[in-house]
Structures are given as C-alpha cells and as structure tokens.
Design a protein around this ligand. Structure first.
Ligand SMILES: *Cc1c(COP(=O)(O)O)cnc(C)c1O
Length: 430
C-alpha cells in the first residue's frame, strides 16, 4: 500500500498490510500455516540469508500472516517496522535483550505490570543486566540513574494495574540527552489513544493479548521500531547496530536495514536464535480483533468513565483511581497525551477493607474473576491475591498495590448491565 494515502486509524485497522492475494483473490488475510518456503535456486536462498532480497525463509523468523499484523501495528504506531512474537512478555524480554547484555543496566519507572516487574527485579539481574528502578515517575529520578552502561529507559504509558500515566515526552527528552533509547509499553493505552513515537519514544512494545486482540482468545506481543534513534551516532553505547554482528555472519544492521536497524536485529538475533515466534493462527485472530479496535476503545473509554463516576459517588467506596476522572492526580497527563481519555482499567477500594473487597469480588456476576485485561467482556481482579501475590509488602507498595484494591477492566457490554452488577456486589460488600 506504498502509493496509497496515509489513512486514518479506523481505516489502517482494517486494511493496512494486506492486499487481495493475486492467486486465490482471498479478501480476508489467509492463514499461511507453513513452516518453510521454497527457494527458486541456490542463489535465491543465499540472497535471502544475506538479507539482500526480501522474502520468506522459515516461520520462526517470518510468516506472511504474521507480516500483515506487523505492518498493521507499525502503521498504527507510526513506526518503521514491527516484530510480532508469542506474547507481550517475550516482546519486553527481546526489546531489552536487543539493547543490553551482561554488565549493562537499564533504568525503569517503578510502577509496572507484575510479570515485567518480576523479569526486571529477578530474572534480568541473574543474566548480568542490572535494572535500576527510579524512586518515582519523574524525569529527574530517571536521569539520576543513567550512566555510561545504561542501554534503555523503560516505562508503561498507562501502568497496569495502578493506572499511573508516564510523562513520556519529558522522560524521552532526558534519555535522548544522554544518548539512551527509550522503550514504552503501550498495552493499556493502545495506539488509538496514544502513539508514544509521536512524543519521542524510540521503541514501543505491546501485549497484543489485551485490547489489541480484544476478545481474550489469543496471546501475542509486538515490538515497534520508531526508526528515529541514531544508533550510529552512539556506536560506543550500541556497537551491535553499527558494527559487524558475529551471530549473523558479520552483517552491519545500520547499513543493511537503515532506520529499521533495531527491529531487523531483533528479528535476526533474539527471535531467530531463541524462537518465541507468533503462530499464523494467532496472528489471524489478532488481526480480526484489530479491525474493530478504534470502535471498541471508544466504548471501553466511555463505559469506564461512567463506572468511575458511579463508584466515586457510592458511599460504600473509599477511593477510586482512574485518570479519566477530572479530580485524579494523573488527569493532567491524560489530558496532555490522550484528550483526557484513560482506557478502561480502573482501581478502587471499598470502605469495608480487605474482607469487604473479597465479598465484593465474590458477589460479581457479570464481571469475570480472572487475570486478564482488555477483553470485550468486563473483567475483575484482586491483585494482592493473584498477579502481585509473589511480591513482598514493600514491593507491593512500590507497585502501587494495596490489600483491598480491586482492579476492573471495563468491557463493552451495555453500561446499565455493568453498573447493575457493581451495584449488587457493593451491596454484598457492606
Ligand atoms: C499482560 C501485559 C503484559 C504481558 O503480556 P502477555 O501477552 O500476557 O505476555 C505486559 N505488559 C502489560 C502492561 C500487560 O498488561
């Protein structure tokens, strides 16, 4: 679609990355359920391996159905290229491992998705990558921790579960000043509400499992490259992009791939050698979901705001945290980056404490009790007993999780049915 105009998100979500396949004339994206692709001859095979011609080799590295998804998400995020993988967790792991190795460090904002926190606090350090958690979300707190071994600054645009919003433009400006690349997890906001690359972020990661797929059927993750980080200007910090790569017969990524050097290396080094690839079937399911992402996000946002207003006015509720509410401490950042919208994750606490929280949770009928977010269905979670269960009390506090806290992921059902379910569950919590 290179000669077509730049479409709006609603159109990109439905079309970008796929043109009617010339042999079969299939209008829906075909599921290319194949492991390998035939070479025309020895020279063709050699050219493919040398990255000299575009084309497919083996589905661990690339697949035509997955490619459609990658193009579509890259277009939605204003990136130059994307790499889809088996889960959001794999996307985060590869995004970091493509930049940092033993002896290096990354700096992270403190409030994170539980799985990311565990990766950063416990797994990466054992592989020799130090993770420095900033004491708060401020650019100053991040800057203090940057040194010559810092390879990335990591943040969630909207934090899961705390709903905190990062001042991504201010943080990316500080990182860029020191020649350090930024990675933003945009899972909760989705590119419909926020495009981090437009605010200076270098690399965007997603769990496609959540709002992007939107139906709770398929795991997936993606890394998007902005193409904006000048790797060659910072060759001392990032030799892997502008010097010959030993694990790929000496290719120099900035020469072979230009602005897509980062994502090209992510595909041919971490993914090629460790294999957390996305299945063609899951890519197809995720593409089906993305077709309606802009519509669904509208309804998610309006339903969540209505729920937050209802809970705020209820006398059994102690507190509500939702950046879409004008009084919320993150509302200013929601205004700055998302026209005041804040996706559909919100947290609250009942006045009757931990026990009341459990009673409320058990009384829910429409809301599903589970650990997932971003489904068309309304979902609920008690983080202290599930996602954040393995954290110590001080780690819990740092992650912004309190014992009575309930997290809701407000779905796209009719708002009256959603409120009625909350109403009867709150009555049970008294
Ligand atoms: C769920 C989630 C992840 C992990 O994604 P998976 O697809 O479950 O591996 C990462 N970041 C955020 C913000 C998430 O909500």
């Amino acid at each position: 679609m290179t000669d077509t105009p730049r479409y709006a998100d609603d159109t990109i979500s439905i079309h970008t990355g796929y043109e009617t396949e010339p042999t079969s004339k299939a209008v829906a994206t075909p599921i290319y359920q194949t492991v390998a692709y035939e070479f025309d001859n020895a020279q063709h095979g050699a050219d493919l391996f040398n990255l000299a011609v575009p084309g497919n080799i083996y589905s661990r590295i690339m697949n035509p159905t997955v490619d459609v998804l990658e193009q579509r998400v890259a277009a939605l995020e204003h990136g130059v290229g994307a790499l889809a993988v088996s889960a959001g967790s794999a996307a985060i792991n590869y995004a970091v491992l493509n930049l940092a190795e033993v002896g290096d460090n990354i700096v992270s904002l403190p409030q994170l998705y539980g799985g990311t926190y565990t990766l950063f606090a416990h797994m990466l350090p054992k592989q020799g990558i130090e993770v420095r958690f900033a004491e708060d979300d401020s650019p100053e707190a991040v800057e203090k921790l940057i040194d010559s071994k810092t390879k990335a600054v990591f943040m969630e645009t909207i934090g899961n579960p705390a709903g905190n919003i990062a001042d991504i433009a201010a943080i990316s400006a500080v990182a860029r000043k020191h020649g350090v690349a930024t990675i933003a997890d945009n899972t909760v906001a989705t590119p419909i509400l926020l495009k981090p690359i437009d605010h200076g972020i270098d690399i965007v990661v997603h769990s496609l499992t959540k709002y992007m797929g939107g139906h709770g059927t398929s795991l997936g993750g993606v890394i998007v490259d902005s193409g904006q980080f000048p790797w060659a200007d910072h060759a001392e910090r990032y030799p892997q992009f502008s010097q010959p790569e030993a694990s790929y017969h000496g290719v120099v990524y900035t020469e072979a791939m230009g602005p897509a050097a980062y994502i090209g290396r992510a595909r041919t080094v971490p993914l090629r050698n460790t294999g957390a690839c996305l299945s063609p079937m899951n890519a197809f399911m995720l593409l089906q979901g993305i077709e309606t992402l802009p519509l669904r996000m509208e309804r998610h946002c309006s339903n969540a705001l209505a729920v937050a207003e209802y809970l705020s006015g209820h006398d059994a509720v102690d507190w509500v945290s939702f950046a879409g509410l004008p009084g919320d401490k993150f509302h200013g950042l929601a205004e700055k980056y998302m026209h005041g919208r804040a996706s559909s994750i919100l947290t609250f606490g009942v006045k009757s404490g931990f026990d009341g929280g459990v009673k409320f949770y058990d009384a829910l009928k429409l809301f599903k009790r589970l650990v997932n977010i971003g489904d068309a269905k309304s979902l609920s979670c008690h983080p202290a007993s599930t996602t954040h269960r393995q954290l110590t009390e001080s780690e819990l506090a740092q992650a912004g999780v309190t014992p009575e806290m309930i997290r809701l992921s407000v779905g796209i059902e009719h708002i009256d049915d959603i409120i009625a379910d909350l109403d009867q569950a709150l009555a049970a919590a008294r």
